[in-house]
Structure formats: structure tokens, C-alpha cells
Design a protein around this ligand. Structure first.
Ligand code: NAD
Length: 233
């Protein structure tokens, strides 16, 4: 089977009712990212940060995967699909995708502020001030904040390097290092991009652009990939 690597961003979940970030004038659900998604924000006002992610988690509980997520999962019938997502939601999992790397962390997990290897599944429950890990330190969201290292990047680079086909869905390709992953796709790989708006792709190669939202865009992508590669990969 050919390996299809799919890098997704906030636009992937937009049709599930979860707002993107750039489309809201740099605000994330009415908050400035500096206030809620940085280590400095955590140091300055951890109650606000916890509240922000608690709200995101509750919103996620009521959201559903859209046709785009379902289409990505369905592609596993024909390709070895590896999803690399910048999203912190769990909509790819709930749609049925089986290989997912979360570059920027996961809303449904909490982690120790003392030992980052202590990570806990919390589902859609809030993290409250005073909730602690087994070492007694405050729990924080298991999220990579702006300005923090991206521990899953090495894994993502390895996956991107094995692509026969590399598709970006719903990412403005503004946030690094994630945006640079497309450069690791081998020369022979075909490159695809689904986004309703124009996106500057940081690669000097041909990219097949499908200028549509995620649901419709994935439908078109499936049609095109099956026309090129057939169903018996
Ligand atoms: P971004 O907000 O910078 O860009 C979103 C892109 O999605 C834009 O190019 C936009 O044109 C496109 N888009 C809008 N509607 C779309 C649709 N219906 N279908 C397909 N594409 C659509 O997103 P980013 O590049 O992922 O970077 C934002 C950062 O913020 C990420 O690191 C991410 O972790 C975080 N974030 C996550 C979520 C989430 O988990 N769902 C939501 C907002 C922000």
C-alpha cells in the first residue's frame, strides 16, 4: 500500500463547529493566544489558562467529526494513512483514523507540571486549580504552547519522510515547525492542499490545490487519488 501522509490544521475541524485561529483575526475563541496558550500565560494566570482549556474541552464533547474527518478515516481502505495533526481535538480518533500523531498535544489529556512523562487521560473532564499528579504538583493541559518545544516533531519528520503522497488540510502553514513538514516529503511524493483560501506553501514544488472546505475537499481528494492510484494499492 502507498503511504498517504495527511497534515491537518484547525480548518479540518471548522465544519465541526470548532473555530480556526487565523480566521478570527488572531483570536482563539475570543482570547488572545498570548493570554492563554503560552508558558508566560500559565505563569501569570493559571486559572485563566485552565478555564480556557476547560471551555475548549466542553465544546469538543459536544462536537462531532465532519465528513472530512470521516473521509480521511475511510482512505485507510486504500492507503497506509498516517495523520499528523496540529489540532488538539480528538475528532480524527472519533472518526476512526488509526494512526494519528498530535503535534500540539491533546485536550483529553492532562500532564504533571513536575514530570512531563506523567500524562493522564481525563476525557472531557475539567482540570481545576488544586488537581495534582501523583507527585503532588498541579496538573496542566497536555498541550504544546506557543514557544514550547514540539516533542512529537521527530516522529512527524520520520512519517513525512516516508510519504508517497502528502496532503495538507485546513492549515494556514503559519505555525512552525509543523508548517515545514511538507519539505520532508520525498521528491517523488505528490503534494496536495485543501483549503478554501489561498495558502502560501513553503516549498518550491508543484502542489495540487483543492480550494474547498474540508468535507467537500476530502471528497474531491478521494476521487482524484483513486483515479490516479486506483483502489488496489
Ligand atoms: P490556522 O487557524 O492558522 O489556519 C486555519 C486554516 O484553515 C486557514 O488556512 C483557513 O483558510 C482554513 N480553513 C478555514 N475553514 C476551513 C474549512 N472549512 N475547511 C478547510 N480549511 C479551512 O490553523 P493552524 O494552521 O492549524 O494553526 C493554528 C494553531 O492553533 C494550531 O497550532 C492548533 O494547535 C491551534 N488550534 C487548534 C484547533 C483545534 O484543535 N481544532 C482550533 C484552533 C486552533
Amino acid at each position: 500500500m502507498r503511504t498517504l501522509v495527511i497534515l491537518t490544521g484547525a480548518g479540518m475541524s471548522s465544519e465541526s463547529g470548532i473555530r480556526t485561529f487565523r480566521d478570527s483575526g488572531g483570536l482563539w475563541e475570543e482570547y488572545r493566544v498570548e493570554e492563554v496558550a503560552t508558558p508566560e500565560a500559565w505563569a501569570a494566570d493559571r486559572n485563566l489558562v485552565l478555564r480556557f482549556y476547560n471551555e475548549r474541552r466542553r465544546q469538543l464533547m459536544d462536537a462531532r467529526p465532519n465528513t472530512g474527518h470521516l473521509g480521511v478515516a475511510g482512505l485507510e481502505k486504500y492507503f497506509n494513512v498516517r495523520v499528523i495533526t496540529q489540532n488538539i481535538d480528538d475528532l480524527h480518533e472519533r472518526a476512526g483514523s488509526t494512526s494519528i500523531v498530535h503535534l500540539h498535544g491533546e485536550l483529553t489529556k492532562a500532564r504533571s507540571t513536575k514530570d512531563p512523562s506523567l500524562i493522564y487521560d481525563i476525557g472531557y473532564k475539567d482540570i481545576l486549580p488544586g488537581d495534582t499528579c501523583e507527585l503532588g504538583s498541579q496538573l496542566r493541559p497536555h498541550i504544546v504552547w506557543f514557544g514550547e518545544p514540539v516533542p512529537m516533531m521527530d516522529k512527524a519528520v520520520e512519517i513525512a519522510s516516508g510519504a508517497d503522497i502528502f496532503a495538507v488540510i485546513g492549515s494556514s502553514l503559519n505555525v512552525y515547525p509543523a508548517a515545514g513538514l511538507i519539505n520532508y516529503a520525498p521528491e517523488k511524493a505528490s503534494l496536495w492542499l485543501i483549503d478554501p483560501k489561498e495558502v502560501q506553501v513553503p516549498v518550491d514544488r508543484d502542489v495540487e490545490v483543492i480550494r474547498k472546505g474540508a468535507s467537500e475537499g476530502v471528497r474531491v481528494l478521494i476521487e482524484k487519488l483513486l483515479a490516479i492510484y486506483g483502489t488496489g494499492n
